[in-house]
Design a protein around this ligand. Structure first.
Ligand code: HEM
Length: 137
């Protein structure tokens, strides 16, 4: 199962790119494409969550090997990533629900919070993965 963190990081990176594309699409007025790309981001994140849960149910916690000043940086990123990931999950569900049920003004209001938090969670996920599996190995 040692390959699973690389899969989850890849899925996370794909979701990040889809979110940025989805945002650019709505900004240029392409609503239908925005819908499809955002639903693809939700699907990719769902797969990510599944792989992540399987990995952590079967593997021991991988200890961070960095020393010195990078440790508080790493743990600040990790803790903010985990807390905001938990917070944004129901926000994503409500944001999607509002859109698919045609409540576009409330969708837009909530999406303006959901999107930046989700982007932060995705980006810090990639940084944490890089520090854990590539930089301090
Ligand atoms: C979690 C997934 C989604 C996120 C994060 C998201 C994000 C956003 C954001 C940030 C805006 C506002 C853009 C601005 O600043 O003007 C927006 C608007 C919009 N979104 Fe989404 N969106 C998602 C899913 C969807 C889906 C599934 C649909 C279609 C069923 C959709 C349809 C729309 C429409 C029509 C608007 C324009 C609303 C208006 O201007 O009144 N979105 N979305």
């Amino acid at each position: 199962m040692t390959w699973l963190p690389h899969l989850t990081a890849t899925l996370n990176a794909i979701a990040l790119v889809l979110l940025l594309c989805g945002f650019a699409l709505i900004k240029s007025g392409r609503r239908h494409l925005h819908r499809n790309v955002m639903l693809a981001a939700v699907g990719t994140s769902g797969l990510f969550l599944l792989a992540y849960v399987i990995y952590h149910a079967t593997a021991p916690i991988f200890e961070f090997r960095g020393t010195g000043a990078v440790r508080p940086v790493y743990y600040t990123l990790l803790i903010s990533h985990v807390v905001l990931a938990a917070a944004v999950t129901p926000m994503i569900a409500v944001t999607v629900w509002r859109a698919v049920s045609g409540q576009f003004a409330p969708h837009r209001g909530l999406a303006r919070w959901t999107l930046p938090i989700w982007l932060y969670v995705s980006a810090t996920g990639i940084v944490v993965y890089a520090l854990l599996y590539h930089v301090y190995i």
